[in-house]
Design a protein around this ligand. Structure first.
Ligand code: MN
Length: 478
């Protein structure tokens, strides 16, 4: 990617936007003059690539400027105050947000790492765009990791897998998430990566024809009834590796191959599902309705069927609008041209899922303790982004909870006051204790007792938010 590519990508931006982006480029180019990447290229190539990744997401001009300037505070002589004279508050705030805190503030390197991880995460509470610039930065660094020392490669790849993959998932940029997963695996387990990449290629060669046949058959049936776009894809290398590690055989992977069917109207998703099931036999317990019960940044119908040649194919049916959300996630707000994009991104996260609330709670509990903050984040927050369980409430609504959650966490998620007046907990028809570990698919009924509360301890909850709520209850009862 060169400056010309960036110019091409922003050709539809307003003249004012182009002017400020040009200014940010000239400033970054001047400041990084004489610096080189380990690949031997002039340093400015890196910020240009970061800006290009952001432009592909149709980022606003402030964010693209921040992409161009993201390393100037950390790696060049300019101070924040000087940058403020040249660029607006938002741009400086974004650049500052992705800048590491200097080494000499800390006693050890590990203290510095903990503080910086905290800074990146909590930056999200302030402006989600900080994380998006950071993700673009990390993506380009991972794409060019081959030029780093082996030890550094491993360190970066592990951090990418543990921190940036979950964050990409929260932002909803799934293409970036999948690429980061594959690149991390490539440097953490190079042999496995090679092995699975070859396997993936082989499967594609073997099943390509079957998938084309299936797409064509579904297309013919949909014709005249619904105007559908159909494409197929294979799970990413990391995804296949992960399933193999879980002991699942290739032949039994229900989502190894998928057929994406994009339709115009919501009802057409169900109509299309009807066609798919009448053409190909479905596996009964593999149907998921993420339209009626959406995930964060994701709506779709999933069903796994025996396709042509008896290969398992997961059909995914969704509308164009759902496809837009699954492709761009929070970054889709940039294309919707709403005012206050950053505010919209934050309110979406606040009203969907518990990530932001949990992060904020953990941040407040461990105000002065970076080590405890990071422990809580690693134990509860990051792994659960992709490792949560779904349980259903009495009215059938699906509730997403971290694995290891207990009934108190469920109550906190649906209506915290329940914790104060719970009498019985019924899971799948049988009474369970407060210590019961919830499982994926559990159906839960809470029976209350008009306020005659029984004693409850924080150990009877798993999540930080529910524990904090119980602490408050205990105080009020005294
Ligand atoms: Mn950088």
């Amino acid at each position: 990617m060169s400056l010309e590519d960036l110019k091409e990508k922003i050709s539809n931006y307003s003249d004012d936007d182009k002017r400020i982006i040009e200014k940010a480029y000239l400033c970054a180019d001047e400041l990084h003059k004489g610096q080189f990447r380990q690949s031997g290229e002039p340093y400015i190539i890196h910020p240009i690539n970061v800006a290009c990744i952001l432009a592909d997401l149709y980022a606003d001009s402030d964010t693209i400027c921040a992409g161009l300037l993201h390393d100037v505070l950390e790696d060049t002589s300019i101070e924040k105050e000087e940058l403020e004279k040249e660029f607006n508050r938002t741009i400086v705030n974004l650049v500052d947000g992705v800048t590491k805190i200097e080494r000499d503030v800390f006693a050890t390197k590990s203290d510095q790492n903990l503080a910086n991880k905290r800074k990146i995460l909590t930056g999200m509470i302030n402006d989600v765009r900080i994380i998006i610039v950071k993700l673009a930065d990390r993506l380009h660094n991972m794409r060019t990791l081959e030029f780093k020392r082996q030890e550094k490669q491993r360190e970066n790849a592990i951090e990418t897998a543990n921190l940036f993959v979950p964050l990409a998932s929260i932002v909803g940029v799934y293409d970036i998430k999948r690429e980061l997963e594959d690149l991390s695996l490539k440097y953490i387990h190079p042999d496995k990566y090679k092995e699975v990449a070859e396997l993936q290629n082989k499967i594609l060669e073997e099943s390509g024809e079957y998938l084309d046949e299936m797409a064509e058959k579904v297309r013919i049936h949909l014709q005249g009834s619904i105007d559908g776009e159909i494409s197929h894809q294979i799970k990413n290398i990391y995804g296949i590796y992960h399933r193999l590690e879980q002991g699942i055989k290739l032949i039994n992977m229900h989502d190894l191959l998928s057929l994406k069917i994009i339709v115009n109207e919501l009802y057409d998703c169900y109509k299309g599902l009807g066609y798919v099931h009448s053409l190909y036999k479905p596996i009964n317990n593999r149907f998921k309705d993420y339209i009626a019960n959406p995930k964060i940044n994701y709506q779709s119908l999933h069903t796994t069927v025996y396709g042509p040649g008896n290969i398992l194919v997961q059909a995914r049916l969704r509308t164009h609008e759902m496809e837009f959300i699954s492709k761009y996630g929070l970054t889709g707000y940039w294309q919707l041209n709403t005012p206050d994009v950053s505010g919209n991104m934050r309110s979406y996260l606040e009203s969907h899922g518990t990530f932001l609330k949990t992060l904020d709670t953990i941040n407040k509990i461990y105000v002065d303790d970076n080590s405890e903050f990071n422990k809580a984040v690693d134990a509860e927050l990051l792994p659960n982004v992709q490792n949560s369980i779904y349980v259903s409430a009495i009215d059938g609504s699906l509730i997403e909870l971290p694995r290891k959650s207990k009934p108190a966490d469920f109550m906190y998620a649906i209506k915290p006051e329940l914790i104060n007046c719970v009498d019985k907990i019924i899971v799948n028809g049988s009474e369970v204790s407060m210590d019961y570990l919830l499982k994926d698919g559990d159906h839960i009924q809470i029976i209350t007792n008009n306020g005659n509360y029984s004693p409850i301890s924080t150990n009877e909850a798993y999540t930080t938010c529910a524990k904090e709520y119980i602490k408050k209850l205990q105080k009020n009862r005294k």
